[in-house]
Write a protein that binds this ligand. Structure first.
Ligand SMILES: Nc1ncnc2c1ncn2[C@@H]1O[C@H](COP(=O)(O)OP(=O)(O)OP(=O)(O)O)[C@@H](O)[C@H]1O
Length: 671
């Protein structure tokens, strides 16, 4: 007989506990809110000291001549010897229902490693819920009208209390209302949209007298009742795993489809029927075009990372899916939009998809959690690597390295940094949109398990990923968008745990200075005096959920429903946001030619991850194949007034051309 979840959890708790590492920044004995740490086996590696013969920043290794697709074992030249085990032999962590395991067997790390979600930390955050007749919040899951079987599963997940976003969002969604919800990273948004959908499907089935065995399918076409869209493959897999856990033994069938994975396998799963389809947009469009999925019976639509899904890279495709592919219109379906950031212009766009919706903001829209200690270091570009090593060395205690996520701007940069770190014996692995899906998953798995405790990533890993124990996020290259910064640092300090985020700030990040200062002040972080000085003399930049100028925002409180923009005191901000945004349309660098020159000089800044950004400077090298077009689901870059399509990316990573010649089905970093 299969063990009950609670049993398996108990067994895991009885295992000998692992030695915990306390990062230096959290080693205050009075701090009860400490990250348990990643575990790096001292027997398997050593970390270089300054004296180490391996460590010489002036003697850089030649990067491996792969274009990112090779990864370990596939490159044209042998990878340098590594002193740590590789992830090849590891089992997938994602819950795969076909393997018929208890979900807790794959998602038990939180309990196993002693992490207890500490959502009390979010209790004091002010909440704003606006709209007509907003249903009141609940304090306990028991008070919700969720289906009883689902409540049992919630208990098995050891979710004792709803998080603030869940307290408000669940009653609103259960009442059938459309919702646009904004809450800080790591605060439990996934469950907030999954619970009402799963419960709704269970209740409808009960009411219609159908067997609790779900899955709409008719002559090879799947008719899901719910569609959950997310921007990346990894995030879709994660949402799928979570949803499967919540829907365990309820009869609700959940499937995930995403680019870069063999479509045949996904088709076979769809043939068995599906109630909730989790998808990335590109693969979904492909399946709809092949007439293997129909959206005619959709009753629930959820967009996770909704602002990303509706920004310049995805909007066209999402509109196509939601408005042109037979999905019932707003009012006939329920729409739930969630993110930690929600710029006003995106709220406006999103309102097209909603009907009489409630706007919910837990904390201010786009704010970062105070649980993350944020440090900004002034660096010259040339010294970034040395400074990185200093930070990494500080993350090592008793030979164990804390899980560290290092964000860089480009795919080429990610490969180069991974390669270099490995050469100096820091166990690193890169993840970016040029890697084939298998490599991406392997990298993530290896990182999650602490086998490779440093992951070098582009923005492909910046949103939504819930990786337990990430102790330190390092912005080796700062993003150009403050909202991206918020999401990146949000990979640590999750579920009420503390975390550390360090950013390297060089002169080319000047446009971010103002937004950063505002964000740091709001999150009660130390603000370096030099950064304040920069912010005072820098041009506004760094698009954000409240506009590019963070400093004058409205204190520590206030989500912002753009519909209320005519409120006294809000008009000014709102207008100023719009004008700043139009600057951002030119990537915010329109007025700072020296920034552009810098990028050209360094040869590292191309179209970056924001492939759909409009660059007024046509001299930027948008054809450079090293760019991570991660955000560009259509692979179309607008540069210097003409459209550029990266033909090299039109081929699927499995070697097949996208069906029907649709660029939109091409797997990219975000799909
Ligand atoms: N009520 C709860 N009790 C305990 N743990 C919870 C609860 N709700 C969610 N969690 C856990 O909190 C963690 C963060 O949740 P989740 O990934 O949904 O955050 P998020 O708000 O979607 O973050 P992001 O903005 O980065 O996408 C997960 O590990 C999840 O299992």
């Amino acid at each position: 007989m299969a063990a009950a979840w609670s049993d398996s959890t108990t067994q895991k708790q009885n295992r000998p506990s692992q030695q915990l590492y306390v990062p230096q920044f959290r080693s205050n004995p009075n701090n009860n809110n400490i990250h348990p740490s990643p575990y790096y086996n001292n027997n398997r590696t050593h970390f270089p000291s300054n004296d180490s013969p391996h460590y010489n920043t002036f003697n850089r290794p030649t990067p491996r001549p792969t274009r990112g697709r090779g990864g370990y074992g596939f490159g044209h030249s042998p990878a340098p010897p590594r002193h740590y085990s590789r992830p090849e032999q590891q089992q997938p962590r994602y819950y795969d229902p076909s393997q018929n395991r208890s979900p807790f067997e794959t998602n038990g790390e939180k309990v196993e490693n002693g992490v207890v979600a500490n959502f009390e930390a979010y209790e004091s955050i002010p909440v704003e819920a606006t709209g007509e007749n907003v249903p009141p919040p609940v304090n306990l899951f028991a008070e919700t009208e969720l289906h009883e079987d689902l409540k049992n599963n919630i208990e098995r997940c050891k979710y004792v209390k709803p998080t603030p976003v869940q307290r408000y969002a669940i009653p609103i969604a259960v009442a059938g209302r459309d919702l646009m919800a904004c809450a800080q990273t790591g605060s439990g948004k996934t469950a907030a949209f999954c619970f009402p959908i799963i419960s709704g499907i269970m209740k409808e089935r009960l009411a219609s007298g159908l067997l609790p065995r779900g899955g709409g399918v008719d002559s090879d076409v799947a008719f899901p009742t719910a569609l959950i869209l997310s921007p990346t493959r990894e995030l879709s897999c994660q949402i799928h795993a979570e949803a499967c856990k919540f829907a365990h033994q309820t009869g609700v069938k959940i499937a995930v489809v995403y680019g870069g994975a063999p479509i045949g396998q996904q088709l076979r799963i769809l043939e068995r029927g599906v109630d909730i389809l989790v998808a990335t947009p590109g693969r979904l469009v492909d399946l709809i075009e092949r007439e293997r999925v129909s959206l005619k019976k959709i009753k629930y639509l959820a967009l996770d990372e909704a602002d990303r899904m509706l920004d310049m890279g995805f909007e066209h495709q999402i509109r196509n899916i939601v408005q042109q592919m037979h999905m019932p219109p707003p009012g006939d379906r329920q729409t739930l939009l969630f993110s930690a950031t929600f710029p006003d212009n995106i709220q406006k766009l999103a309102s097209d998809f909603l009907s009489n919706y409630v706007f919910l903001a837990v904390g201010r829209v786009g704010s970062s959690t105070e649980l993350i200690v944020q440090k900004i270091e002034s660096v010259q570009d040339m010294e970034k690597r040395t400074r990185l090593v200093d930070l990494l060395r500080r993350n090592v205690v008793n030979g164990k390295l804390a899980l560290t996520l290092v964000f860089v701007e480009t795919k080429k940069g990610a490969d180069a940094l991974e390669n270099w770190l490995c050469r100096i014996n820091f166990p690193a692995i890169a993840i970016h949109g040029d890697k084939v899906q298998m490599e991406r998953e392997r990298a993530l798995r290896s990182f999650k398990r602490g086998l490779t405790p440093i992951m070098v990533a582009t923005d492909v890993a910046s949103r939504g990923l819930d990786i337990p124990h990430v102790a330190h996020v390092i912005n080796f290259d700062l993003p150009r968008d403050i909202d991206d910064y918020v999401h990146r640092i949000g990979r640590t300090g999750r579920a009420g745990q503390s975390g550390l985020a360090t950013a390297f700030f060089s002169t080319k990040n000047m446009p971010m200075a103002k937004s950063l200062v505002g964000l740091l002040q709001e999150a009660k972080q130390e603000v370096p005096a030099w950064l304040v000085q920069y912010s005072e003399c820098s041009a506004p930049g760094g698009r954000s959920s409240v506009g590019s100028q963070r400093s004058p925002w409205r204190g520590n409180y206030g989500g912002r429903d753009f519909r209320n923009a005519t409120e006294p005191g809000m008009v000014e901000n709102y207008n100023s946001y719009n004008s700043n945004y139009s600057n951002y349309g030119d990537n915010g660098y329109h007025n700072v030619p020296e920034q552009v020159q810098n990028y050209n000089y360094n040869g590292t800044y191309n179209n970056g991850d924001h492939a759909a950004n409009s660059y007024t400077d046509a001299s930027l090298d948008v054809t450079n194949s090293n760019n991570d077009c991660s955000f560009d689901n259509t692979n179309t870059v607008v540069a210097g007034g003409f459209n550029y399509t990266d033909a090299g990316l039109l081929e699927g990573s499995d070697g097949t051309n996208g069906p029907c010649g649709y660029a939109s089905v091409v797997p990219t970093g975000w799909d």
